[in-house]
Each structure stands twice: as C-alpha cells, then as structure tokens.
Design a protein around this ligand. Structure first.
Ligand code: MSP
Length: 527
C-alpha cells in the first residue's frame, strides 16, 4: 500500500469588503475537490480558508455602512461560512486575521524579521490602490490614475513614513529557489510572469501604515499599523494552530508546516510567489511547496463587475441548481489555470449532457433492465467472469491511475474527460449489444455480463467523481447497494474499503441493489 502523508492546502484569505463572489467560490470549490481527492488517497488533509479583515479597504467599507469594523467583519464572515456550507466545502480551519491569537503570531514573526535586520524606516511616496491594498507604478496606471485591476477606482497619492522590508536582499535567494524548484509556481505561464518580474530587480516594500487604526500596531513603534498583506499572509500560519494551543510560531509550525499548496488567483501572485517566500526566508522558516495561480472568471465573455451589473451570485446559483451542479460546471467546464467563462446556457447544456443524459440515464436504464431481466438481483457474476478484452473492463482497468494523475496535476477537466470516456463507452456498449434481444433469445448469462460491466463502470465513475460531485456519488453508491458516505470526512480510509474501490471490479455477485431513482433531473435552458 502506498505511503500516507499529510497534505495542507489553502485558499486565499478573502477580503471582507463584501459578501463572497463567484471568484472566491471558485477557488474554494477547487480547494475542496483537492482536499477530498487527497483524503480518498488515504492522506491526512488540512484545508485552510478564511478571511482577511484588516486594512484601509475594510475600515472604509465599515465606515460607509456606519458600522464598527469588527461588527461589519463578523457579518460578512457569516455569509462566507454559509456559502461554504451550501457548496459542501469541508474546510478544517477558518482563519480570521482579527483573531486574538493571530496577533501573537504576527508579532512574533515581525520580531524575527526585525532581529534579522530586514526592517528599516524610510519615506514612502507613491500611488496607492486601496482596493488592491498595494502601491502601483505610475506606468501601470490607466488614464486618469485608475487602477488596472479596479478601473473604477482612482489611486491615491501617499507621502508618509513607513517601515520597509528588505525584499531586495532576497533577489538571489529567490532566483535560486525558482531555478531549483520548477514546480514551485504553477502553471508555467504564471511562473514566467514571476521570473520576468523578479529579473527586473526587486524593490523593498513598505510593511507599515500610518493614519490607520484597523490593524495590529507595530511592536517596535505603535504609531504604525502592520501592513494588511504582511498580516494576512501570516493568517496561513495561525490557521495551523490546534484550537487550544498557545499561539506561538513553534506550535503553529510543528505539525502541518510547510503548506503543500497555496491556491490563489493570478492577481495576487506576486504576494505569494515573491513577497511571502522572502518573508519566510528572512524569518528562516521552510517555504511552501507549491503555489498555483488560477485564471479569472468572466460572465458571457465579459469581465464581471458590479458597475456593469453582470456579476454571478454564487448563493443564487447554488439555490437554483444544487451544489454538485455548480461544482461540476466550474471543475469540468473550465480549464484550471486559464481564464474561464460563466454562461448559463453552457452551464445547463453541460450538466444535462454529462450528468443527466450520460451518467444519470446510464444508471437508470441499467437498473431498469436489471429489474426486468434479473428480477432485480444483482448480476450473478464477478469481474473475473468477464474477458480481459471486454471493452468496458479494458477502459476501467487503469482508469483510476489516469484520473488520479489528472487530479494530482490539478487538471480537473481532464479527470472528468477520462471518466466520461468510460461512461460514454458504457452507453455505447448497451446500444450495440442490445441486452433486450439477447434476453428474448434466452441468453441470460450474456445479459448479466453486460449489466454487470455497465453497473461496475457506473460505480467506478461515481467513485472517481466523488471529490467533485460527492452528493451524486453518494446517490449512485446507495442505489448500487453500498452504504458508505463520501461526505463523511473521518471515514477511516486507512482501513481501505474505499481505497480498494479505485479498482475496476468491486461489484460483488450478490450486491444488494436498491430501487432505481433518477439522480439528476434535466435542467431547463434559461429563457
Ligand atoms: N485578501 C486578499 C488575499 C490575501 S491571502 C493571504 C485578496 N482577497 S480577495 O477577496 O480580493 O480575492 C480573493 C481571491 O479571489 C483572489 O485569489 C482573486 O484572484 C480571486 N478573484 C477575484 N475575482 C475573480 C474572478 N473574477 N475570477 C476568479 N477569481 C477571482 O486578494
């Protein structure tokens, strides 16, 4: 049996300036799929998500609503948590940067970097985008001083004393890191973006703000507040503490560090792939293993924006279509890493084709035939009764390896494609071998062989799709007479019932099949 290991992964810690949007939902769904896949492999997993609650952007949003910042944050956090529940996200830690113990971690980390001599006081002049919480180069701004990432927000001029982090000191060390760890930044296009940025020469960046109350005071100079990004990245570390553990770096880093995977969107790549490793180098801590920057979602081919009124509300989407449907669309319908589009017609068409017509119908028609031709008993045979050259057995054997490889490489669409190859072949096998006429000819054994092969293919497909559509996989498994639950986080995978299910041929001769029920009703095209 393969070695088990620990796998810790993170989503970004989302800003609480507003309720969650589809972009945050997207990363979090993907993270949950990866976590479930890792659990299916028998690994111990820690999935971290959470919220980034300090800084000027949040302070201003709360003030606009006439609320104390903490009250505002608490409200928005509740809406994130309720969306994650609706989307069936099984996170292990929800890291809030306003948590009391987070302050202890940030301060200890700051002290380490301070002791190293990597922090100094200087004058900061420049254009600041409050929405990005980042200084911008003048050459990167749009006409009229608008931020390229927030084209309706004008940058603001700042001329103030700030503490700086000596990022420039880590230029060579970072370049060596990228050269020696080709997989550190993925996909390739993002890696190249970072290499290009770093090769232009790194500048120190300011890690404190004045005239800002909403944040942690700098230990060495309480007139300054710690910069929201310096604070937020450390939220990943605080998240590693056990609930009752004393908040020290040593405790936080003792079990799950280094993080195996940071999942982020492409707009926050520099913070994760350049600033974060340099901060960790300064504190002399091990680095995360891998950073994956995914693309941006558009709606009907256009950038989503509140001003254009074309945002996709993740709550409305799940309420209308179910969590599995939404998860499936974003995982199968978008090539992870590239930009992707949300289009409701395409959404309905994809789900109807794959889940209703191909998968759902296959299970339903096969169980129907079983009832008719075998008096609802499972086929009285096992995998060994099927010829090695059987078309479904041929695809099914080795399918898990191909699908697991795709999951490992975060190629979810490819994983689904491999699985649907077997599902389509199963439908074809029924059409071509016509069990209804074999039955009339009294060829019972052949009929049962067909039904066995198809049901086993449906079972294996449900198993392999379970990280993406756990509820549907449960329904299928239940109809096939199995009682375990893909949503049960602590089922003891170590005991391997589930791990063995990755092989083709697990349906037994006396499988106690349940009554056929449609698993996915066809959706109506939007009007
Ligand atoms: N608070 C920071 C992250 C700190 S991590 C220590 C932040 N928050 S955010 O809420 O603004 O963005 C969170 C994530 O949403 C980012 O990964 C960003 O790329 C992603 N998205 C924002 N709009 C998006 C789309 N339209 N499509 C896909 N993802 C998008 O940045």
């Amino acid at each position: 049996m393969k070695d088990r290991f620990k796998f810790a992964l993170t989503t970004p810690l989302y800003y609480v300036n507003d309720v969650p949007h589809i972009g945050s939902a997207y990363t979090t769904m993907v993270a949950d799929v990866i976590a479930r896949f890792q659990r299916l492999q028998g690994n111990s997993v820690l999935l971290i998500t959470g919220t980034d609650e300090h800084g000027q952007k949040i302070e201003r949003t709360a003030a606009e609503q006439g609320l104390e910042p903490q009250v505002h944050c608490d409200r928005i956090v509740a809406s994130f948590q309720s969306l994650w529940e609706k989307l069936n996200i099984q996170y292990d830690r929800f890291s809030r940067t306003t948590a009391v113990r987070h302050e202890a971690i940030v301060k200890e980390f700051f002290e380490r970097v301070w002791q190293k001599g990597d922090i100094y006081l200087d004058q900061q002049q420049g254009w600041y985008c409050v929405s990005c919480e980042e200084f911008k180069e003048e050459r990167d701004l749009l006409e009229g001083g608008f931020c390229p990432l927030h084209p309706n927000k004008q940058v603001e001029w700042r001329d103030e004393e700030n503490y700086f982090f000596k990022l420039s000191q880590y230029q060579t060390q970072l370049e060596t890191l990228y050269a020696q760890n080709l997989d550190f930044i993925q996909p390739e296009s993002r890696r190249n973006e970072v290499l290009n940025f770093v090769s232009q020469g790194l500048k120190d960046f300011s890690i404190s703000r004045v005239n800002l109350d909403w944040g942690f005071p700098l230990p060495s100079d309480p007139n300054h507040t710690i910069y929201v990004w310096f604070d937020a990245l450390l939220g990943y570390v605080t998240a590693l503490l056990e609930p009752e553990q004393e908040p020290t770096l040593a405790n936080a880093l003792s079990q799950w560090w280094p993080i195996n995977l940071h999942l982020i969107g492409k707009d926050i790549l520099r913070f994760h792939a350049v600033y974060w490793p340099a901060m960790l180098m300064s504190a002399e801590l091990p680095l995360p293993k891998r950073i994956f920057g995914h693309g941006f979602l558009t709606k009907d081919g256009k950038k989503m924006s509140k001003t254009l009124g074309n945002t996709v509300d993740p709550f409305a989407l799940v309420n209308k279509y179910s969590s599995d449907a939404v998860r499936y669309y974003f995982l199968k319908g978008i090539d992870f890493g590239k930009d992707g589009d949300f289009n409701e017609t395409r959404f309905v068409e994809l789900l109807n084709a794959d889940l209703a017509d191909n998968l759902g119908n296959l299970l339903n028609r096969t169980l129907g035939m079983l009832k008719k031709y075998c008096q609802s008993n499972g086929p009285q045979l096992t995998e060994a009764d099927l010829d090695l050259e059987h078309p479904l057995k041929k695809i099914g054997t080795g399918l898990s390896d191909r699908v697991f490889q795709a999951y490992e490489a975060l190629q979810f669409s490819q994983a689904c494609e491999e699985i649907f190859n077997l599902i389509r072949a199963s439908n074809k096998h029924i059409d071509e071998s016509a069990p209804w006429s074999l039955y009339k000819q009294g060829k019972q054994k052949e009929v049962e062989q067909i039904l066995y092969a198809v049901l086993e293919s449906v079972r294996l497909s449900a198993y392999l799709l379970s990280p993406i559509i756990p509820n549907l996989s449960n329904d299928i498994y239940q109809q096939l007479g199995f009682s375990f639950d893909f949503n049960h986080k602590t089922h003891n995978l170590a005991d391997d019932i589930l791990i063995h299910h990755s092989q083709w041929g697990k349906l037994t001769a006396n499988q106690n099949l349940s009554k056929a029920r449609p698993i996915f009703s066809k959706l109506e095209l939007p009007s």
